[in-house]
Every structure is written in structure tokens, then in C-alpha cells.
Design a protein around this ligand. Structure first.
Ligand code: AMP
Length: 281
């Protein structure tokens, strides 16, 4: 396993792979690896010659009141897990290696951030695009793997790759869940036992709403009831939103043959949990 911490060493590693004509699979993460990350790494190691995982808690995608400092950092066990899942290299740089100086250029995203997490976490997806595009330039992967748990991220990165003609194929994988339905997340480690027992209610709410939407029931009533029930269960609701899957604009009706996303973000104490279902009508 190669553990790389500098851009120079990463570039050397990449050029060795290119010379050997290996296809590079890339899994960008913020670490604290769980089965969601592992499924991406395993897929990549099956579908490409060499898989590299980045582990970097990217400061530019956290708001000032968010959990950047508290975010779990578990590099040694992450390296072991990545290796077991089939990765051959880890890129784990310090913040100063990635952002050595003041930055003069900013990403700006139209419309795609008007709803879901984009509306609630101002600047988050601009920070995601900044780090992912830097990593794509450094790693030069043929394929990069992302989880549909962060569905707005998937939609935005797909558009970014298309608009900027970035030569990489994005591979999007299903959300990996605990047995009770809770989407796996590095932030689940923040939950107390009581909160952990309540947390799967987000997925239950999504599943029930999904079946009602497919049956043609009123979207606004479904959303209002879902919010009410989440609050009753002990959540502070950030949003329950129904948007189209291509442009993420809010919808109140469905059209046959279209794809939609039903997204929920809700707090248990200070921990913000997100989940979504893609709805094909
Ligand atoms: P993160 O470390 O949270 O930035 O996530 C790194 C990658 O893992 C992103 O593409 C996430 O969408 C993906 N991911 C996180 N949680 C899950 C999950 N439960 N199932 C599948 N992919 C996930």
C-alpha cells in the first residue's frame, strides 16, 4: 500500500501507473471509512486496474458553524480498511499541501444549489467542486466513484464534469445502510444510543412517502406529514423536499416517466443526518 501525502509524490505515483498503462479508479473521501466507502473502493478495484483513495477533510466545504474541527479523523484504521477493500494507494495530504496560500478563484454554481443541502449549506457544493476538481487534476483517474447518499453532490459533479469536459467517468453507487435502514455515515458516530435508536425513522419516512408518491397522493400533504412525524420523533427538520432528478428544482406534481428525488435532512441534537430516495414514476 502506497501512502502518499504530497502532491509531488502523488504525481510520481500517477505517472508510474500511466507508464504501465494501468487504468486508475479514484475514491475521494473525508475518511472515517465505513461500509459505504468500502463498497465504492471494492467496486473500483473490480472495475479498474489500480484504486487510489483520498482521505482529506476539506475545510472549504464546511460552513463556519459546522463540524470541521470535530469531524472524525481515523487515518490508520482507514488505511487498513482501504487496503482490505482493494485499494493500492491512499492520498492523505495536510491542509497546507492542498491549500498552501490564499485562493483567488471561486466556484459558483447556478440553480443546482437552490434546493436540498445547497440551500441550507451555503458554499458547501462550491467547496466540494473546488476539492474534487483539484483531485481530478492530480489523480487523472479514468473512473471516479461516488455514493448516491449524497445525491445532490452526484448531480452537481456530473454537470461539472460535463461542462468542463473533465476526462473522467463518474460511477454512482447505491446508498449502503445499516440493517434498520439508517444510511451509513461517518457522522453516525456522533449519535448517542437514544439518538441512534431514533435515526432510522428518516429512512422509514422516505420509504412511506415514496410509496404514497408513486400512488399519486398529494406531494405537499406527504411533505407536511413527514415533517410533522419527524418532529414528533425528536428531529429538528432542516428540509423535506421533492425535486426533479436532473435540475433539482422543487416539484409539487409528478409526470409519468420522469425521475425525482425525495430528500430529507434532519438534526438529532447537533448531528445533521441526510438521506434520499430516487423516485422513478
Ligand atoms: P465522505 O467521506 O462523506 O465525503 O464520502 C465519500 C464518498 O462516500 C462520497 O461519494 C459519499 O457519497 C460516499 N458515501 C458516504 N456514505 C455512503 C453510503 N452510506 N453509501 C454509499 N456511499 C456513501
Amino acid at each position: 500500500m502506497d501512502i502518499l501525502t504530497t502532491k509531488a509524490d502523488l504525481k510520481k505515483w500517477v505517472s508510474i501507473q500511466k507508464k504501465a498503462q494501468k487504468t486508475i479508479g479514484f475514491v475521494p473521501t473525508m475518511g472515517a471509512l465505513h461500509d459505504g466507502h468500502i463498497s465504492l473502493i471494492s467496486s473500483s478495484s473490480k472495475e479498474t486496474d489500480v484504486t487510489i483513495v483520498s482521505i482529506f477533510v476539506n475545510p472549504t466545504q464546511f460552513g463556519p458553524a459546522e463540524d470541521f474541527e470535530a469531524y472524525p479523523r481515523t487515518l490508520n484504521s482507514d488505511v487498513e480498511k482501504a487496503k482490505l477493500a482493494g485499494a493500492v494507494a491512499v492520498f492523505a495530504p495536510e491542509k497546507s499541501e492542498i491549500y498552501p496560500q490564499k485562493t483567488y478563484f471561486n466556484y459558483s454554481i447556478d440553480e443546482l444549489t437552490n434546493n436540498l443541502c445547497g440551500a441550507k449549506r451555503k458554499g458547501h457544493f462550491e467547496g466540494v467542486c473546488q476539492i474534487v476538481s483539484k483531485l481530478f487534476n492530480l489523480v487523472e483517474p479514468q473512473k471516479a466513484y461516488f455514493g448516491k447518499k449524497d445525491i445532490q453532490q452526484c448531480v452537481i459533479l456530473n454537470r461539472m464534469v460535463e461542462e468542463f469536459d473533465i476526462p473522467v467517468e463518474l460511477v454512482l453507487k447505491e446508498t449502503i445502510r445499516e440493517e434498520d435502514g439508517l444510511a451509513k455515515s461517518s457522522r453516525n458516530t456522533y449519535l448517542s444510543d437514544k439518538q441512534r435508536s431514533i435515526a432510522p425513522f428518516i429512512y422509514k419516512t422516505l420509504v412511506r412517502a415514496h410509496s404514497e408518491i408513486v400512488q399519486g397522493k398529494s406531494i405537499s400533504k406527504i411533505i407536511d406529514r413527514s415533517k410533522y412525524e419527524l418532529r414528533e420523533a425528536g428531529f429538528i427538520v432542516d428540509y423535506v423536499e421533492f425535486v426533479d432528478a436532473s435540475f433539482l428544482s422543487e416539484k409539487s406534481e409528478v409526470q409519468k416517466g420522469e425521475s425525482y428525488i425525495l430528500g430529507i435532512a434532519a438534526y438529532l441534537g447537533k448531528t445533521r443526518l441526510i438521506d434520499n430516495l430516487i423516485i422513478l414514476t
